[in-house]
Design a protein around this ligand. Structure first.
Ligand code: ADP
Length: 630
């Protein structure tokens, strides 16, 4: 959706323009629920605009009255006319003082309230965005660079916050002031009022035009900023590869290009922004000159008092000042609209993989009924063994990442409780895709996957992932201490953590760390070796006591010493659990119950090591090749 908008419509096409206007409204409406949550703040801050607007627009009038009073002109108001000059001036000064006090007191307070409101709204939006982004299906992240997302979560939300922080919401105050000023002007001298309005109208149109241009330029600027951030992020995350392959120069060149484009877009938006301020600057001067010219003609013909002319000169200034203010804030508001558009683009991204609103059964419930039923049966038969859980069944599963490009084709198999299965096959055969489907990071295009007889779509995701632990080739560690990297935010006692570490041979290593279980690990775990990381990942799995264990090349890149430790930990972990193991080195999977051989998404052979060797098929070829290599 965002991408459609990134190429902005050609200026001349009116349907596109109306779409943009519609969008503005739609975007504005989307903000309403957030504003509604802080309705008290909103009402008070808007209400304060009324006294502020009145105080502001009454000042020129008072100055005009003072001049008229001194010059004894007929335009003096009745309630001052009948008093002495001293008294009249004191009343006017008193009123002027009140307007100043109102402005002094309320401007600051109103600004404070609006900013507070803004911070509340942006914090809510940021919270919703974070929650939404972390719930999106993995598929979304396949097509969205992380840098782009980060830009939306940080700088776009910030632009939105700026709308409030810079007082741009005061645009309502400006509009209100302008309306009051126009009203006052018409009440005292309609000819001059019309003159000012005639100047005001075309200028407003010009400014609206500039603003539209600015908005388009600003959207492009933000798109370029996203690209810039994506590139930065890629280069920083992949700095090892960048340096190893001496890509610094090449990448710097790519970055220079993106940077150049970004600056060009920023220049365009600055140009339109400056155009607005400068146009207003000279137009307000022209307006005052016009008022003086027409006003002096009227004075010469005795149709105007000097006091009213002075009031109009001041009104001329005041009328354009809110407009200037308005234009400046409009820029921020336009940037804010761009930001909301992009933020909402993410919020509107559907969460493809959702829990059913009424999951038919949870695995755990099922476990209990299953156990109950079986125990009843067993008791009836006077038999006394516990049932085994962890059956995995693929029923005619087809899967494509995009369109009809199937990477998994008609997979149909059952893995029995407690069985150990190895997936082998050339790179790209679909091994990892099977795992992703099983964990429901993606959903099958056709067919079903069942665990203990329940379709995984019926199982709440949290439960599914608790029931099944996945250990990836490269364990991901979060910034935080060892403890929290094992518990991952779930509630476990220190004792349980220690037990899990003990079981997975990582307890000794943890004890050697400076603060034991409280030692801080860096993001992505760069301060520990990959073998140790892997052991921590095992502990993470062990503590959850999953029924099914999935190992994605978990023992692929380890040194011999750690490998022995890991193998031992693994053997422990595998007891009484169903396991699927992806392995490149066929020597590590000789003892599994069955080996599934995949080729281009199809299961072409299956059976024990001996059986497959005897078959002389793909497995035996791969095996012989590896034997030659070692
Ligand atoms: P294996 O684990 O056996 O090496 P994968 O399951 O990773 O194979 O990949 C199977 C096929 O799916 C490959 O052709 C790969 O290019 C493709 N593929 C993997 N991940 C994605 C993805 N995120 N988007 C599109 N295609 C993908």
């Amino acid at each position: 959706m965002i991408d459609n908008m990134s190429i902005y419509p050609n200026k001349k096409k009116s349907p596109e323009k109306s779409r943009q206007n519609q969008n503005d409204w739609r975007l504005f409406l989307r903000l309403l629920p957030y504003a509604r949550r802080s309705v008290g703040l909103l009402v008070v801050s808007m209400f304060l605009l009324i006294p502020l607007g009145i105080a502001n627009s009454v000042q020129p009038l008072l100055i005009g009255q003072a001049i008229s009073l001194i010059r004894q002109e007929p335009s003096v108001y009745e309630f001052i006319k009948n008093r002495s000059l001293y008294e009249g001036l004191t009343i006017i000064q008193g009123l002027f003082l009140i307007t100043i006090i109102i402005k002094l007191l309320l401007t600051g307070y109103q600004g404070y309230l609006v900013q507070k409101l803004g911070q509340k709204i942006t914090a809510e939006i940021r919270k919703d965005l974070f929650h939404h982004v972390t719930s999106l299906a993995v598929k979304y992240f396949d097509r969205t660079p992380v840098g782009k997302l980060i830009t939306r979560l940080t700088s776009d939300v910030e632009s939105l916050g700026d709308v409030f922080a810079t007082g741009a919401v005061g645009i309502f105050a400006d509009l209100f002031s302008m309306l009051l000023i126009i009203g006052f002007m018409f009440s005292i001298q309609w000819q001059l009022a019309i003159l000012l309005l005639l100047i005001l109208l075309p200028i407003s149109c010009l400014i609206i035009y500039f603003q539209k241009q600015y908005r388009q330029a600003n959207y492009k600027t933000r798109e370029e900023l996203s690209k810039l951030n994506s590139q930065l992020q890629e280069n920083i995350v992949g700095v090892n590869v960048v340096q190893l392959f001496r890509r610094e120069k090449f990448n710097a060149e790519l970055f220079r290009e993106t940077n150049k484009k970004y600056v060009a877009e920023v220049d365009t938006s600055i140009w339109y922004d400056s155009a607005v301020s400068s146009t207003l600057e000279w137009v307000s001067l022209i307006a005052i000159a016009g008022v003086l010219w027409v006003g002096s003609l009227l004075i010469l013909r005795d149709n105007l008092s000097f006091g009213i002319l002075s009031a109009f000169v001041l009104y001329g200034q005041k009328l354009f000042f809110p407009l200037q203010n308005f234009a400046e804030k409009f820029t921020t508001i336009q940037a804010g609209f761009t930001a909301i558009e992009r933020v909402i683009g993410i919020l509107d991204e559907p969460i493809e993989i959702k829990d059913k609103s009424n999951p038919r059964l949870s695995i755990l419930d099922n476990q209990f009924c299953y156990i109950d039923e079986i125990i009843r049966d067993l008791e009836a038969q006077n038999f006394n063994t516990a049932p085994e859980l962890g059956e995995i069944r693929f029923e005619n599963v087809w899967f494509a990442y995009k369109d009809d490009d199937y990477v998994i084709k008609n997979l149909d198999f059952i893995i029995h409780p407690g069985e150990k299965i190895a997936l082998v096959g050339p790179t790209g055969a679909g091994k990892s895709s099977i795992i992703r489907l099983l964990c429901r990071l993606y959903e099958p295009t056709k067919g079903r996957i069942l665990i203990d007889g329940i379709d995984i779509r019926e199982i709440p995701q949290a439960e599914l992932r608790r029931y099944m632990a996945v250990i990836l080739q490269e364990a991901f560690l979060f910034a935080g201490d060892v403890k929290s990297n094992i518990t991952l935010g779930d509630n476990y006692t220190l004792e349980e953590i220690e037990q899990a570490a003990q079981k997975t041979n990582v307890a000794d290593f943890i004890q050697q760390l400076p603060q034991g279980y409280d030692t801080q690990l860096r993001e992505r775990g760069t301060n520990i070796s990959s073998g140790e990381k892997q052991l921590l990942a095992f502990a993470r799995a062990a503590i959850r006591n999953p029924q099914i264990l999935v190992l994605d090349e978990a023992t692929a890149n380890l040194d011999v010493g750690t490998e022995a430790l890991i193998q031992q930990a693994l053997n422990q972990l595998l007891i009484k659990r169903t396991a699927i193991i992806i392995a490149h080195r066929l020597s590590t999977i000789r003892n599994v119950d069955r080996i599934f051989v995949l080729k281009r998404g199809e299961l072409i052979e299956q059976g024990s090591h001996e059986k497959l060797i005897a078959q002389s098929g793909l497995y035996s070829t791969l095996h012989n090749l590896q034997m030659l290599g070692t």
